[in-house]
Design a binder for this molecule. Structure first.
Ligand code: GUN
Length: 293
């Protein structure tokens, strides 16, 4: 088994980009600028956004964090989005999900100017991705394809089983991997909570991508000998032995599955750091007007 070290790959990318950002700054007189809106006090969201802001500083991007109270109205949030849409200095921005229940996520995503939608969540970017047109790819699927390429994991003609059909991960990664493209050309099965015989389907996969958010959902008996396992789950479970009383685990029973597969991503330190790289890469593309003028 070989560990897919997303943390190390992200560090390599950041070192490489630092130089590119300096060159961009020398040419344009500015640096790429990402903004993030964080609503409420969800600890996991605070940690994810914190990592995004920290990574911006590491590569020399400017970042702006806009924190809003959990009781912010939908209208106030939409006003803030409109300001960012019109701010010439912001190349791209994200609204960290999930949002409090009283706010309509779809309305929020639709309010973001698709030219600044560096999360790739807006239907214009999603639709363009599905048709293989230039767009901002959703950050986590983008990060997964970068990892597969970095470890020379062949996807062409392989059977990929995706577990979970969210708009953020499961659905877009299933589309991306089946497209005619370098990290594509796979035969993809998208499974979800209503799938019958899910264990049998997963056990036929050359590559398993799990994004279902259930600890230990993927067990050793579900993995074919030599399969590649990409664990997108980030679940917090109780653990008395830890100072915090809890720890992060993925969807995969890592300790058992690792003996059976050829490659596996750990949690934390696998896909998570690469999601941030996908986001920064989109922001850089926006600054350079590579996708939209
Ligand atoms: N919540 C979980 N993942 C993501 C992500 O990639 N972007 C945003 N905006 N929210 C998230």
């Amino acid at each position: 088994m070989k560990l897919i070290d997303g943390k190390a790959v992200a560090e390599e990318i950041k070192i490489h980009w630092k130089q590119e950002v300096i060159e961009y700054k020398n040419k344009s007189g500015r640096v790429p600028h990402l903004a993030a809106i964080l609503v409420g006090d969800n600890a996991a969201s605070e940690s994810y956004v914190g990592n995004k802001v920290k990574s911006c500083a590491q590569v020399g991007f400017q970042s702006t964090l806009i924190k809003m109270e959990s009781d912010v109205t939908e209208e106030e949030l939409l006003d803030e989005i409109e300001k960012l849409n019109n701010d010439q200095d912001i190349d791209g921005f994200i609204v960290q999900l999930p949002l409090p229940k009283h706010i309509d996520e779809v309305k929020v995503i639709l309010a973001i100017d698709y030219k600044k939608d560096v999360d790739g969540f807006h239907p214009v970017n999603f639709g363009r991705m599905a048709q293989g047109l230039p767009c901002y790819l959703p950050a986590t699927p983008y990060g997964i394809t970068l990892l597969l390429e970095r470890y020379n994991i062949e996807t062409s003609g392989k059977h990929v089983v995706v577990v979970g059909r969210s708009n953020i991960v499961g659905t877009p990664i299933s589309i991306l991997l089946s497209r005619k493209s370098p990290a594509g050309d796979a035969t993809v099965t998208l499974t979800h909570s209503r799938t019958k015989n899910i264990s049998i389907i997963v056990s036929r996969a050359d590559i398993v991508i799990s994004a279902i958010g259930i600890p230990n959902f993927i067990t050793e008996d579900m993995i074919k000998e030599g399969a590649v396992v990409i664990d997108v789950g980030i679940n917090r479970i109780e653990d008395e032995t830890m100072a915090k009383g809890s720890r992060l685990v993925g969807d995969v029973d890592f300790n058992r599955v690792k003996n059976k597969c050829s490659f596996i991503t750990p949690v934390p330190g696998g896909v998570g750091p690469m999601t941030v790289m996908g986001l920064l890469l989109n922001t850089f593309k926006s600054a350079k007007k590579e996708i939209y003028s």
